[in-house]
Design a protein around this ligand. Structure first.
Ligand code: ARG
Length: 458
């Protein structure tokens, strides 16, 4: 493709370090789509004869059929997907193929192809997030009133409901979806026609190609357009944060599936056995989601580091933009699907959750709050009184709410029998009706809202 200036061909090592076909063949659909749009525009502008354009479009369709059927052949001498398509086109239609590359360069070509690919990846992430959210909301609705211990420092803190806990992840994913949607809106400009770096002297119609490829407008600066990979970084940032969230849910499933917790049993379909310990049922899928998050975050560091300090405009370093994105995409897609599958099929041991919510004096704060509310005690003093009641319950080996009234009165005589209405875990969660709180009524209201949002999205 560029042999004119060279007396000798590249060394085998040069070929090897230069070739990207091994991975950028994944761009073949985008490459062919963008080329078809480009040549149609060239014909409409009178830059290429209609008959040549027709031959090129037909040839490109044939190549698409070939790739669809047999995959993309790989020849390191042809470097990348762009040259593979063009060279196959020449085989199919002859010299007219050479007109396709008029008024463009591989620099704007790859920027366009990759943007189209990443745009699809963003749409895919949004769909995967939605599916996981649906699963979370469905399980949350079923468990809106199920009491479990809520933790801080992984110590029993206050009772919450399982529905509330699951809906916390719905909220994280909602922010993830908004990051992908935001990135998609920002990236939807078309670099095609920026050519190598400076634009072109041919009378091209960039608005037409941008519109035909579903972009909002052409990019405004050709130097920026061929060297901008913000869209890929935005994708990786959103993916990294989403993966981070998935790793937290995965970690909770790993913990909850352990015998000391015993909060869940993962379904057979999302567990593995051990080759030597027959009793084992391992949460491998959750562990892999937790592990994959590290690799996804790594891709963000990799591409940021590749891009940092690059002068304008295109440099070949940027060929390394694709593998991190492909890796993150594949891992995130799988992680979202695996997490959705686990959420859909997990069995919650709500009896066990309740038993733990009833131990550990998880309603101590409710006693302190009651002293403030009903007996007018300043909160700091109420905290102290409650601490003494907790110590007494520990001495007697009973939960706080099973201490008899006279024992509680011995701690502070302002305590009345009314406290028993607030000391059980159910009473405790029922009382937390502040907006966004754990009361089942509140959780159900948030679930109804979530269902409206998810329904409108699909
Ligand atoms: N395979 C290259 C890439 O992915 C295409 C652009 C090559 N441009 C160039 N001037 N060598 O970045």
């Amino acid at each position: 493709m560029w042999g004119g200036r060279f007396a000798e061909g590249p060394s085998a090592i040069m070929r090897e370090i230069n070739a990207s076909i091994g991975f950028d063949k994944r761009l073949w659909r985008q490459d062919i789509a963008a080329s078809k749009v480009h040549v149609a525009m060239l014909a409409a502008q009178g830059i290429v004869a209609e008959e040549d354009a027709d031959a090129i479009e037909e040839g490109l369709d044939r190549i698409a059929d070939e790739y669809e059927a047999d995959g993309v052949p790989e020849d390191a001498a042809l470097e990348d997907i762009h040259m593979h398509v063009e060279s196959r086109l020449a085989e199919l239609i002859g010299p007219a193929a050479g007109r396709l590359h008029t008024a463009r360069s591989r620099n704007d070509q790859v920027a366009t192809d990759f943007r189209l690919w990443v745009r699809d990846a963003m749409d895919g992430a949004l769909a995967g997030i939605s599916a996981l959210q649906q699963a979370l909301v469905a399980r949350a609705e079923e468990q809106a009133g199920a009491v479990m211990p809520g933790f801080t420092h992984l110590q029993s803190a206050q009772p919450v409901t399982l529905g509330h806990h699951l809906m916390a992840y719905y909220e994280m994913l909602r922010r993830d979806a908004s990051r992908f949607a935001d990135a998609r809106a920002r990236m939807n400009q078309c670099p095609l026609g920026s050519a190598a770096l400076a634009g072109t002297s041919f009378p091209i119609d960039r608005k037409a190609t941008a519109a035909a490829l579903g972009f909002d407008r052409p990019t405004a600066n050709s130097l920026d357009a061929v060297s901008d990979r913000d869209f890929a970084l935005d994708y990786l940032m959103a993916a990294a944060q989403c993966a981070l969230h998935l790793s937290r849910l995965a970690e909770e499933f790993v913990l909850w599936a352990s015998q000391p917790f015993g909060f869940i049993a993962l379904s057979d379909s999302f567990s593995t056995g051990s080759s030597i310990m027959p009793q084992k049922r391992n949460p491998d899928a959750a562990e892999l989601v937790r592990g994959h998050s590290g690799r996804i975050m790594g891709t963000l560091v990799a591409l940021s580091t590749t891009m940092k300090g690059l002068p304008l405009a295109y440099s070949k370093d940027m060929q390394d933009d694709k593998e991190p994105v492909f890796e993150a995409h594949d891992l995130l897609t799988l992680s979202l699907a695996a997490m959705a599958g686990m959420v859909e099929t997990v069995a919650f041991r709500t009896d066990r959750m309740r038993a733990l919510a009833e131990s550990g004096h998880a309603t101590a704060t409710d006693l302190a709050d009651w002293l403030v509310r009903a007996a007018g005690v300043p909160f700091r003093e109420a905290h102290h009184i409650t601490g003494r009641a907790v110590r007494l319950a520990d001495e007697r080996g009973v939960p706080l709410w099973e201490l008899p009234l006279d024992a509680l009165k011995g701690v502070d005589d302002r305590i009345t029998g009314e406290v028993f209405n607030i000391l059980s875990p159910d009473a405790s969660v029922d009382s937390r009706t502040s907006f966004g709180g754990t009361a089942p009524s509140e959780v159900r209201a948030r679930i109804a809202e979530a269902k409206r949002i998810l329904g409108a999205r699909t």
